[in-house]
Every structure is written in C-alpha cells, then in structure tokens.
Ligand binder design. Structure first.
Ligand SMILES: NC(=O)c1ccc[n+]([C@@H]2O[C@H](COP(=O)([O-])OP(=O)(O)OC[C@H]3O[C@@H](n4cnc5c(N)ncnc54)[C@H](O)[C@@H]3O)[C@@H](O)[C@H]2O)c1
Length: 358
C-alpha cells in the first residue's frame, strides 16, 4: 500500500511518500544520480534499518554517521559530529544528507543540512509515529540549548519525506503512544471529527492495523501540509500547531526530558484546556474529553509532584513564543477550536498548572 502527498511552498516543493512496507526513494531517482549520501541515524535505529536504507542507494557513494540516542543528545555535539563527518568525506552543497530515525535525528540532520555550506539538500526518513505525522514535515529543524528546547535552529525544507510505516512495528509502546499525543493535538486544533475518528479506531491503532495506520499517517501529513503551505514561517496559523507546546517544552526542560516530547505535549494540552475553561473560553468538559482520549493511549494527564508550577512558568517565559514579555498561548474554544491567546496573566497560568500536579 502506498500514498503520496505533495507539499508546495514558494521556494520548495516536495513529495511525502507513505508506504506500508518499504523505503521507496524512486520519486528521487534521477535527482540522486552522482550524489554522495550521508546517512544519519543513531545507535538504536541503525542496527534495525541502516543496511536496508543503504541498499536503496546502490548507485551512490554512501557514508554514515551515528549520533547518541535521546533528547539529551539533541545538542551541539551531535550537530557538530554530522558536520565533521561531512567535512571528513568532503561533502559539498550538491550532495545529500538523509536522516533515519525519530524526530530527534530528523531535527538535527535538518539543522546540519541548513548549516553545511549555507545549505545542502536533505531527505527525511522518519521512523517513529511522532516524526512520521509531524516532525519530518514542514522544515522546522534545530537543536536544544541548555536553557531550553529547540532554541537553536532554522527553517529548511527537505527534498522529500520517505515514510515506511512498517518501522512502527519495532517502536516501543511508550514511544508509539507519545506519537498519538501529537495526533490528538491535530484533533484539538480544528478537527473535532478527527477526535471521534481516534476514539472509534483506537483498537485498530493499538493493534497496528496496516490500513488504519496508513489512514492515520496520511491524514496527519495532509493536515500539517495544509497548515505549512498556508504559513511556512509561523507568522500566523502555523502557531496553532503549538497547542500544548509552550507548557510541554517547559515540562520537558524542567523534568530533564524524563517526559517524552509527546507526553509533555499531552500534559500541556490538559493545562491549555484547563486554562481555557478558567478564562471562560470553553466548557470544563473539553479537558475531560482530552483526558479520556489521552488516557486511552496511556498518556500522562497529571504531572509528578516533584515539579513546581513556578519552575514551569519561569521556563515558559523563556520560550520563543513569548513576545514583549507577553505569553502567546494556544487555547481552546472547544474541541477542534484552537486560537491564539495573547497576554494571559501569570496567576491564571499558575492556577491551571497546579490543577495538573498530583
Ligand atoms: N521539527 C518539527 O516540526 C517537530 C515537530 C514535533 C516534534 N519535534 C521534535 O521531535 C522530537 C521527538 O521525536 P520522537 O518522538 O520521534 O523521539 P526520538 O527521536 O527520541 O525517537 C524515540 C525513540 O525511539 C527510537 N526509535 C526510533 N525509531 C524506531 C523504530 N522504528 N524502532 C525502534 N526504535 C525506534 C529512537 O532511537 C528513540 O529512542 C523532539 O525533539 C521534538 O522537539 C519536531
């Protein structure tokens, strides 16, 4: 089974190939002729899929570079390791970087591509649900700074996104569920019907039913494509994709990445729903609806007591989305009715966070 989408931006146009079984680079065949390829992966994904992907490039010179696994490796050292590998093998702007891994490998590889010789081509080959439905699409690349998530980065669009849904069969359950956190986010933004679809199809999703996963991935990529086409550089509607993220990034940082990205986003969405209800934008049952679906996929809805609301708020103030010291949060008027709320005051935010601390 295969589906193909296309994303069309003023300065970039690329395919998103979604296959249920294989890594299919045929859409890029003529473009790849004569190019050197640097595969970037990590110590967990490489033993599973590196050789299979290498076999897709039998007519190219292929090198590889492995970085450490996990969010604590989404840093300057990993980024520099890729640049050093490119330098060692004399890659130039006409060669290609290929990411092979989850959102972390995708984000770092994209940033290395954006920075090497002021920009070289790269292909995203995402292998987690989260990266297949979100991180690999749309050209946001970057690394973390000790002061916060994704503080260093660039917008740089890939040449293609090549998805092989079979890779989800080796993904640990907790990581799979974290990916569902981002799918629920899409439902919260502007697709109430997708909330119902996730409820109805939860058993098929959990059993990795091929057709259901293909539908899930295709739908999410279509949704993200549409938003990115409308607003590539996050001047407007793309900001809605940050539902749960301002809280979520602070939770990731304060917990030193004990919570996975999708788990932190899940908690962030509950906080956003609580804050929305407190400010009378929506009814209290929106929080309950979100919690029910998050819990069905074993995602957290309450934060450990060891983290304080004050610490989280302080980190939220350092977020990229704070403008002139004013919070810019994505809140909800209902399920599927997200909007940008400016200038929400600290006391309300603290109150909402505190209702989510056990
Ligand atoms: N650029 C964007 O637009 C965007 C959007 C959303 C999230 N992100 C970023 O994505 C990152 C999270 O990505 P993630 O959730 O994919 O985490 P991840 O990259 O850490 O991958 C999760 C874990 O699964 C392993 N793994 C990957 N594929 C596997 C497979 N097929 N089988 C077995 N193990 C596998 C990884 O090695 C890792 O241990 C965060 O840093 C977040 O900021 C970026």
């Amino acid at each position: 089974m295969q589906k193909q989408l296309n994303i069309a931006l003023p300065n970039a146009q690329y395919p998103i190939v979604i296959d249920s079984e294989k890594f299919d680079f045929s859409a890029l065949e003529s473009w790849l002729v004569g190019k050197k390829i640097m595969l970037v992966s990590n110590e967990v994904v490489a033993p599973l899929y590196l050789e299979e992907v290498r076999q897709c490039f039998v007519n190219n010179v292929v090198h590889h570079c492995l970085i450490g696994d996990g969010e604590t490796h989404k840093n300057q050292e990993s980024w520099l390791a890729i640049l050093n590998a490119l330098a060692e093998h004399q890659f130039n702007r006409s060669d290609v970087l290929v990411s092979l891994g989850g959102g972390i490998v995708c984000d770092i590889t994209g940033f290395a591509a954006a920075s090497w010789m002021r920009g070289m081509a790269f292909i995203q080959v995402p292998t987690t649900l989260l990266s297949q439905i979100d991180a690999s699409v749309g050209g946001k690349t970057g690394i973390n700074h000790v002061k916060g998530k994704n503080m260093i980065g660039a917008f740089h669009q890939p040449k293609a996104v090549i998805i092989n849904a079979r890779t989800l069969r080796t993904l640990p359950q907790r990581e799979f569920n974290a990916g569902i956190g981002e799918a629920i986010k899409y439902a919260g933004i502007n697709q109430a019907w997708f909330y119902e679809w996730l409820v109805t199809n939860q058993q098929a999703i959990k059993h990795l039913d091929e057709a259901t996963l293909m539908e899930l991935i295709t739908h999410c990529c279509q949704f993200k494509t549409k938003i990115v086409e409308e607003d590539e550089k996050e001047q407007g509607v793309r900001a809605l994709l940050n539902l749960g993220h301002t809280f979520g990034h602070a939770i990731e940082t304060v917990s030193q990445y004990k919570y996975l990205h999708g788990e932190a986003v899940a908690l962030g969405m509950v906080m956003a729903a609580e804050l929305s209800a407190q400010l009378d934008y929506c009814a209290g049952d929106i929080r309950k609806m979100l919690e029910n679906l998050l819990q069905a996929f074993e995602l957290p809805i309450m934060l450990d007591i060891e983290y304080s609301a004050d610490e989280i708020l302080a980190l939220m103030k350092a977020d990229k989305k704070v403008i002139n010291d004013q919070h810019r949060l994505i809140l909800l008027k209902g399920m599927g009715e997200a909007f940008i709320a400016e200038g929400v005051n600290d006391a309300n935010i603290l109150k909402a966070i505190n209702t989510c601390i056990t």
